[in-house]
Design a protein around this ligand. Structure first.
Ligand code: FAD
Length: 390
């Protein structure tokens, strides 16, 4: 193949790819950033509801799912949330903590994209948009066939992301390249994704739009956040978070009364003539309380509940079993769980142990963060790790 030669070619102009490209460029490497969309950073643009939840100050390896959860430790320690925040501050981007350590732009996600583009330009990175990578081969160098001709490079960084939100540019190309060079891909599935009702819960769609604070529990994980009823099932942060731990056929236990004061008020109300829905309505939307009680609780004032009935109802409120039918799939998933097996990558550099010069960064790697800025931080940290050596 003939074509322009680069020290480093990065496939994918998303969060990880841009961070890697600018880091390598700052080292004086000649870098090509290859993106098949008409512009870079499309996922960043829509992230965080348009305000990009760009990192989290509570980052810990335990907030990531992986077959090898310790793999992320090194990269996260060497390029931290505070490093990225310092970059954001250097560019004068106003930001705030929303909750739980989550850092958002005050203005728009586009400021983060503009910042990364400016850093790439200053580092001499050549960005090729509308450039779709079709095939990669390895001779004494990497040969990259694209819709805009051929490129060659000494190092190749795969930053093509996961499978979610295909309308923003996701393709399976990176996984195909990984397999081509002998890498194993751990099982892939949509994560941080809404879950749909199974038949018995379908009537709940009438409550669509209602939100309430809950604690969701599944497979040893738990999240105290809001749950949202939709036309098709359940969503909201508490559900998106637990969806990463849920598997088909599994049950999610939901504490509908996570506030200890709610239990106290129920215990007090037991001695009065009040009915259960009216007490619950102090802690959740009235329509949700009515619907839940109609399905699960005796229809009589609390004072007439036998001890057993009261105990059972309370237990059910605190561990309501939700059996989803399925996830809403990649079109609605924020991330892809699973990816390139980290056993075959260096945790310090993200370089392939099978083929020197080949790197995998960002979401394509089998590292998946919680909701709340964890996935971007992984993209920045892994991108930086590869950019320092590629
Ligand atoms: C709706 C939504 C909201 C989100 N909000 C947040 C948030 O607020 N905070 C957070 O931490 N995470 C958030 N995420 C997750 C976060 O966006 C991803 O984890 C992150 O973008 C992954 O970075 P990446 O660089 O690995 O992949 P991406 O950002 O997906 O970038 C991959 C790039 O590769 C390009 N590409 C793919 N195939 C090819 C090809 N064949 N040729 C050329 N280019 C190709 C794609 O077009 C894309 O630009 C959100 C995700 C979604 C879908």
């Amino acid at each position: 193949m003939n074509g322009p030669h680069f020290d480093v070619a990065v496939i994918g102009g998303g969060a990880a790819g841009m961070m890697c490209a600018l880091t390598a460029g700052q080292r004086g490497r000649k870098v090509a950033l290859i993106e098949h969309n008409d512009r870079v950073g499309k996922k960043i643009a829509i992230s965080g509801g348009g305000r990009c939840n760009f990192t989290n100050t509570g980052i810990e390896p335990g907030c990531y799912l992986s077959e090898r959860p310790d793999f992320c430790r090194s990269a996260l320690a060497r390029y931290t949330a505070w490093d990225f925040i310092a970059l954001v501050e250097r560019h004068g981007i106003a930001y705030h903590e929303k909750k739980l350590g989550q850092q958002f732009c005050d203005g728009s996600s586009r400021e983060i994209i503009a910042m990364l583009e400016a850093e790439c330009a200053a580092a001499g990175v050549e960005t090729f948009t509308n450039c779709r990578v079709q095939r990669v081969e390895k001779t004494d160098r990497f040969c990259i066939a694209t819709s805009r001709g051929e490129f060659t490079a000494q190092s190749l960084v795969i930053a093509s992301g996961g499978l979610s939100f295909a309308k923003l540019g996701a393709t399976p190309l990176g996984y195909d390249i990984a397999k081509q060079f002998g890498h194993r891909i751990t099982p892939l599935r949509p994560a941080l994704v809404p879950l749909t009702f199974s038949k018995p819960d379908e009537p709940l769609h009438e409550l669509s739009g209602l939100a309430l604070p809950v604690v969701t529990r599944c497979d040893g994980a738990q999240f105290g956040e809001a749950m949202l009823v939709t036309h098709r099932g359940l969503s909201g942060p508490a559900i998106l978070q637990i969806s990463s731990y849920w598997r088909e056929g599994g049950v999610i236990k939901m504490d509908l009364l996570p506030d200890a004061r709610a239990i106290e008020s129920l215990l007090r109300a037991r001695a009065t003539g009040r009915d259960l829905p009216s007490v619950l309505a102090e802690w959740m939307p009235r329509r949700f309380a009515d619907a839940w009680c109609a399905r699960h609780a005796p229809a009589k004032p609390l004072v007439h509940f036998k001890q057993r009935e009261f105990d059972d109802t309370l237990a059910l409120l605190r561990a309501w079993p939700f059996l989803p039918a399925r996830t809403e799939g990649y079109p609605k998933a924020e991330v892809t769980l699973g990816g390139v097996d980290t056993a075959e990558l260096s945790s310090k550099t993200m370089e392939s142990r099978r083929l020197p010069g080949l790197f995998f960064i960002g979401e394509i790697v089998d590292i998946t963060g919680w909701l709340g800025g964890y996935n971007f931080q992984w993209a920045w940290s892994s991108g930086h790790a590869a950019g320092e050596v590629a």
